[in-house]
Design a protein around this ligand. Sequence first.
Ligand SMILES: Nc1ncnc2c1ncn2[C@@H]1O[C@H](COP(=O)(O)OP(=O)(O)OP(=O)(O)O)[C@@H](O)[C@H]1O
Length: 370
Amino acid sequence: MRLSRETPTFVGTRGPRRSWSWPIENGVVVAVAPVLDISDLTVEFDTPEGTVRAVDHVSYSVDAGETLAVVGETGCGKSVTVLAALGLLGAGRIVSGAVTFGGADLLDMPAKKRRRLLGHDLTMVFQNPMTALNPVMTVGRQVAETLLVHEPKMSRGTARDRAIELLAMVGVPQPDVRYNQYPHEFSGGMCQRVVIAMAIANKPRLIVADEPTTAVDVTIQAQLLDLLRVAREETGAAVVMITHDLGVVAEVAERVAVMYAGRVVEMAPVEQIFRSPRHPYTVGLLSCLPRLDRDVSELIPIPGAPPDLRDVARGCPFEPRCEMSAARSACQNTRPPLMPADPNSVSACHFVDEVESWARARRGNVEEAA
Ligand SMILES: Nc1ncnc2c1ncn2[C@@H]1O[C@H](COP(=O)(O)OP(=O)(O)OP(=O)(O)O)[C@@H](O)[C@H]1O
C-alpha cells in the first residue's frame, strides 16, 4: 500500500475534510512555513527543591519531508521541549516562546482545535509501545479507531480494511489474523510497528518519535528505523526524532540539534555534525560513539555529569566538563549565545573557531596513546 497524498507535490493542499490546512490563495500556497517552528521556548517546573528550568530559550524548526534529530544526554530537555510545543506538558509552565505548526500558533490554539490535530496531522511514537496501546482492545481495532476518530463517516468495514493494509505496510505478518489479537500477543518490536501504523494512519504532517527504538534489540531497531524512513517518504511528513543515540541520528536525520542543560548548543546538517562538530559537547558525544574503525580504548567519555537544572551556573553550562575551554573567564562568566559558526551551522561556544583544531589534536593524542 502506498500512503499517497491527494496532491503529491505539496503536503498542504488537501481536501476540505482535513481539520487543518496550509494557507492557500487562489489555489496557490502563499506561505510555506516550516511544519513545526519552535522559537525561544522556555519551560520551567516548580518543585519543592526549587524551579527547574528544563528548556531554556530553545529554537528549532523542521520542514516537510525532513528529519531533525534532537540529541543529548538524559535530562537535557529533549522531550519536554516537544511536549510543551505540542501542548502536552503536564505539570510544567511555558515561560516564554512561540510555537507554530505550518504557520498556525500552536500555543494559543483552542484546546479543541489542537486535540483535532493530535493523532491526525501531528502524531507521536514513544519509547514504550505498551503505553500507547490499549491492552484490552485488539491491535487491529486500535488502528481502525485511529482512522474512525478523524473520519467518523468512514464505514467500519472500510476502517477494518484500511487497518489491515496499514498493518501489512508496517510489516505485521498475517495482518488479517493479527488484526484480532491483543497487544500482549505481540513482541515489543511488533507492538512498535502497530504504533507506527497508527501514527501514519491519517497521513500526518509531523511525526514526533521520542526514543522509538530504545526498548527493542538492535536488529529490530534497524527495521523500525527503516520503517520510519519509509513512512516519512510515503507521507511527506516532517519528523522530529528524539534520541540519545548518535547511531540512530546517522541512520535517519538530515539535520541535528544537540541539546545540553535545556539549551540547543549546536545545530547543523548531519554530515557536518559527524565530520566537523562545532561545539566541544558534540565532540564529546561523538568521542563516546563506538566505531568499527576504532579500538574501544579510543573511546573518550565526557567527564562529570550535566548540571542540576535548578541551579545552572551563569557562564557556559558545559564549562565544568569542557576539556577545551575549562577555566577561561568568558566561559565561567558569560552564557555563550547560539551564533552562526559557518554558513550551515550554529554553535553556542565562545571559542567556536578553536573547536575543529582542538578536536583534531585530541583525536591524534588518543590514537597515539592507543
Ligand atoms: N514533572 C517534572 N517535574 C520536575 N522536573 C521535570 C518534570 N519533567 C521533567 N523534568 C525535568 O526536566 C528536565 C528535562 O527532561 P526531559 O524529559 O525533557 O529530558 P530528556 O532530554 O528528554 O531526557 P531523556 O533522554 O532521559 O528522556 C529533566 O531534568 C527532568 O528532571
